[in-house]
Design a binder for this molecule. Structure first.
Ligand SMILES: [Zn+2]
Length: 103
């Protein structure tokens, strides 16, 4: 370990620094920071998830309803069907959004 006084590298079992003679105690050494496995990762992931949920919850209802209406107004029956789907997705997303952030 390193001497807390002068920074000299000493054997781990050394009680005193070989260079300056300062006492080397376990307490003087920087304590290894105990990190819960995955604790930091979980925080990052949940933060990323929250951001994505926020973006999705704002973008999905708007995009879903707008695309749904546009497609529903289209003469193409396949697009009409897709428009219904988009509209449902948009409305469901809007309901979820209001449940999450509206209350
Ligand atoms: Zn020293």
């Amino acid at each position: 370990m390193f001497c807390p006084s002068c920074g000299q590298s000493n054997p781990d079992e050394a009680k005193f620094c070989g260079k300056c003679g300062a006492a080397i105690t376990a307490a003087a050494a920087p304590k290894p920071v105990h990190v819960e496995p995955g604790a930091k990762d979980t925080g990052v992931v949940s933060q990323t998830m929250k951001t994505w949920m926020l973006v999705a919850s704002i973008v999905l209802p708007v995009v879903g309803i707008v695309v749904g209406i546009v497609y529903l107004l289209d003469a193409n029956p396949e697009k009409k069907e897709a428009g219904k789907l988009w509209l449902i997705v948009g409305i469901v997303a809007a309901v979820i959004w209001s449940a999450l952030f509206g209350a």
